[in-house]
Design a protein around this ligand. Sequence first.
Ligand SMILES: Cc1cc2nc3c(=O)[nH]c(=O)nc-3n(C[C@H](O)[C@H](O)[C@H](O)COP(=O)(O)OP(=O)(O)OC[C@H]3O[C@@H](n4cnc5c(N)ncnc54)[C@H](O)[C@@H]3O)c2cc1C
Length: 309
Amino acid sequence: MPWVDEFRALTGRFSGQIEFDAPLSRVAYYRIGGPASVLATPRTLEDLHLLHLAVLKVGCPVFVLGWGSNLLFPDEGFPGLVLRMKHLFTEVREVGPGRIRVGGSLGASSLLRIAAERGYGGLERLTGIPGSVGGMVAMNAGTHLGEISGILISTETVSFGQGAESLEVKIRVHGESDFSYRRNHFLSPSDLILHAELNYVPEDPANVKAKIDELYQRRKATQPVDLPSCGSVFMNPKAWGLHAWQVVEKLGLKGYRIGDAQVSEKHGNFIVNLGSAKASDVRALIRLIRERAKNELGIDLQEEVRILS
Ligand SMILES: Cc1cc2nc3c(=O)[nH]c(=O)nc-3n(C[C@H](O)[C@H](O)[C@H](O)COP(=O)(O)OP(=O)(O)OC[C@H]3O[C@@H](n4cnc5c(N)ncnc54)[C@H](O)[C@@H]3O)c2cc1C
């Protein structure tokens, strides 16, 4: 890309990790994806400012990456900056009775470990989700126990877009209309979630830990957690009163394979990477399932995985 040398010069004082022509397969749970022109993992607010100024100067596209657990990157890669929110803000702090402020880069497993130590009831709903707090809010992630929006009070965001001349932190107190099933309705593609405030119910730490442990065991028994995937590929088609895995099973597609992408034998709504799957293999499998669901069962399946093209 013609702008990359200028970008490199503009970010000389970057204190986080910055790589050029970096394979996205390394940072995606799926282990799939070609190179990003720039892959930057900021550690400080100064790093964010440097990246922002460089983006304004060169005008490259930006993609916000959390922990990469719900993404399918293209085989061709991404011709811009992938801004990886992995190490920026990871603290958890009590801010009032039943309220915590958590960093957007914190992983769900660390948050749950702290919840089990301190007795934060209500957070068990996030058990087994391998993403970051920012990614979970962006996706309104959840389990059968509820979605993150059910315990979310507010978020702090900055906008990284071309229109924003400076990184101004915006605080938003959330209401129901900001979210629906696996969707948020308030973020622009270049908005970054820096922090979120969550509520919890004080509980005996041993009880919280017991619930989390039980849910982890259930996951291990029912999901192919030992193979790269993006979790559920399709949202549950609630209008038909079915789970997406039931649709795939009705179609007889469990275990069906294109290249190294396979519909998991263990869970029909997971497509796993058996080793060297390409994004085109996964996309072909998704297309096949969608077409057959529509033609044979009249069901419209919608993707939960975010597919970059
Ligand atoms: C084995 C497995 C099991 C899973 N189980 C579940 C489950 O039970 N329930 C569930 O809901 N999901 C599940 N998922 C999917 C995934 O973990 C969630 O969608 C999670 O919320 C994604 O978080 P992430 O940080 O990895 O985001 P990414 O995958 O990196 O990104 C997802 C989206 O969020 C945006 N984003 C990420 N971070 C930020 C940020 N800081 N600011 C602004 N936008 C951001 C990205 O731009 C992108 O659009 C599972 C995935 C796997 C691999």
